[in-house]
Design a protein around this ligand. Structure first.
Ligand code: GLV
Ligand code: MG
Length: 338
């Protein structure tokens, strides 16, 4: 297995690119904006102060006749601003679209030194990442860039899910993968028309108390995305890259959004997309471990000493495995505090 540390050298021109590790800088929310929308673009410098990642979106949600304006808007915004620690990402158009080649050529040439990550939608298999990887290497070499751009895939086709392990390991440029529940639902011919989140019809019902099957029985809504998120998390963990929940489209339903983000966090995701400012705070809260969880984790780590053996803390058994879980929480807290 290749590690993200074994970064490809760029094409033969010039010195090899320095090794670049996957940034452990926080990416709890990837905040989407339309760079061609002047009102939205004007708010970007302020929003940048509140988010971990700003993403200029060129793909879906940008009308076909606004693609060029969005691309030009992103170039202008990136050139005019220094976002400091806030990462700047873009989502380019899909690889079967008429716009993606110009997206990549223009963005790498004009603002390749300002961009951190290129999000590639509708990835079907490793071949899509290989194509982007090679093209980026050529464009970086031509532009004289020394910082390789990283790649993030959206998991939003049935074939992408079937190939998720090979996608996660397809290039040392791979930074992470996001669930794309809307396109994925369509690709799989699921029967939900929502953008992420649950569905009231996807439920389990308790058994009847007696023989009467028509009695009122409690129902529990299930998580439509559990299987895919868990599978994506495993693929990402195996290859040392980061998993994300994607969009939650019902902006008004902040309660269900928080639940959906929390399920993803508990399963291993490090962040989600925010489509509206209201979702920024939800993601910040959910994808940061709670102070009580951090305090508990630090206590277990301290009492476990060299990390081997077993101890009882407040009646709960801790051992080599539980201290590893606690380190995950403590390390996340440290990374967020840095
Ligand atoms: C995101 O792109 C989605 O399709 O859900
Ligand atoms: Mg999509």
């Amino acid at each position: 297995m290749r590690s993200p540390k074994d970064f490809f050298a760029p094409l033969a021109l010039g010195a090899p690119a320095p090794v670049r590790e996957i940034p452990v800088t926080p990416s709890r929310m990837i905040h989407f904006f339309d760079p061609g929308n002047e009102k939205m673009a004007a708010k970007v410098p302020d929003i940048a102060k509140k988010v971990d990642v700003l993403l200029g979106n060129l793909e879906d949600a940008v009308r076909a006749d606004r693609k060029e304006a969005a691309r030009a808007g992103l170039v202008a915004i990136a050139k005019a601003n220094d976002f400091g620690k806030t990462q700047l990402w873009t989502r380019v158009n899909s690889l079967d679209s008429p716009w993606v080649l110009d997206d990549l050529i223009t963005l790498v040439t004009e603002i390749g030194d300002k961009l951190d990550v290129i999000m590639v939608p509708k990835v079907e298999g490793a071949q899509d990442i290989h194509y982007v990887d090679r093209l980026l290497a050529q464009l970086e070499a031509r532009a004289g860039l020394t910082k390789p751009l990283l790649v993030h895939a959206i998991l939003e086709t049935a074939s992408g899910v079937a190939n998720v392990e090979e996608i996660a390991g397809a290039s040392p440029r791979m930074q992470g993968i996001s669930l794309g529940p809307a396109d994925l639902a369509a690709s799989r011919r699921m029967k939900t028309t929502r953008v992420g989140g649950g569905h009231p019809g996807y439920l389990v019902r308790t058994d009847p108390a007696g023989e009467d099957l028509t009695e009122d029985r409690t129902t529990y809504q299930q998580d439509l995305w559990h299987y895919t998120v868990a599978r994506m998390v495993d693929a990402c963990a195996m290859h040392g890259i980061l998993p994300y929940y994607g969009p939650f489209g019902d902006i008004r339903d902040v309660v269900a959004c928080e639940d959906q983000f929390r399920n993803a966090f508990l399963l291993g995701c490090v962040g989600a997309w925010s489509l509206h400012p209201v979702q920024i705070d939800i993601a910040k809260k959910v994808f940061s471990p709670s102070p009580s969880d951090v305090a508990w984790a630090r206590r277990v780590i301290a009492e476990m000493g060299d990390g081997t053996g077993a101890v009882m803390i407040d009646g709960k058994m801790q051992d080599d495995a539980s201290v590893k879980q606690c380190r995950v929480v403590a390390e996340l807290a440290d990374a967020l505090a840095a």
